[in-house]
Design a protein around this ligand. Structure first.
Ligand code: SAH
Length: 204
């Protein structure tokens, strides 16, 4: 089923072999409640509790391809959720820092990733709007929730040459890629419409 899903994603336009291999490897059914396993290899988003969703595999592949992850690259993920995207990044041999603002999901997913033998550098309970200054700068930052606007902190925590992949918008989001060209210059590309759960700000 996973091979079939990977082929489908390739027909939808994902070309990066390393990304396709990662999709082929990660057991997505283990990131859903066992009663919903049947849905795991459809190219669809799915509820994971706490009003959140595991992203559609195509979307995960699309964002991951845009990040251009190299082995040992340091990557910050905002929105750990189910941990599926985290696992895909780890299959690409990235050093992954991942932040989740919902405590229940944070705890559950941290445990699950450990049980499966996935070893992120850090799984953090907190607010992704702030990024993670103690581990910055990053080769790549990926936001997996819809951001109403681009958090300044995330741009400032990119290495020169680094990439931020972020869906921007409230109802629908435009997938946006920022390439850091120098200390002050960023190149921006807009790459199609998607629909994510909202990136929420903690008011404390
Ligand atoms: N990458 C996840 C996608 C989960 S959905 C996966 O593969 O399953 C998006 C997640 O972003 C949700 O779990 C939500 O709680 C989280 N989120 C929303 N706003 C956030 C914020 N400000 N900081 C950290 N996580 C946030």
């Amino acid at each position: 089923m996973r091979n079939k899903l990977t082929k489908l994603i390739a027909t939808k336009g994902i070309k990066d072999e390393a990304v396709l291999n990662a999709i082929k490897k990660v057991p997505r059914h283990l990131f859903l409640d066992s009663s919903f396993e049947d849905h795991a290899y459809q190219d669809k988003a799915f509820p994971i509790g706490a009003s959140q969703t595991i992203s559609q595999p195509y979307t995960v592949a699309f964002q991951t391809e845009l990040l251009q992850v190299k082995p040992n690259a340091s990557i910050l993920e905002i929105g750990t959720g189910s941990g599926y995207q985290t696992a895909v990044l780890l299959e690409l041999k990235a050093k992954v820092y991942t932040i989740e603002r919902q405590q229940g999901l944070f705890k559950k997913t941290k445990l699950l990733l450990g049980k499966m033998g996935y070893r992120p550098k850090k799984v953090i309970f907190g607010d992704g709007y702030k990024g993670l200054s103690e581990a910055a700068p990053f080769d790549g930052i990926i936001v997996t929730a819809g951001a109403p606007s681009v958090p300044k902190a995330l741009l400032s925590q990119l290495k020169i040459g680094g990439r931020l992949v972020i869906p921007v918008g409230s109802v629908e989001q435009i997938m946006t890629l920022y390439l850091r060209k120098s200390e002050k210059e960023f190149e921006k590309q807009e790459l199609g419409l998607f629909r994510f759960v909202p990136m929420l700000e903690d008011k404390n």
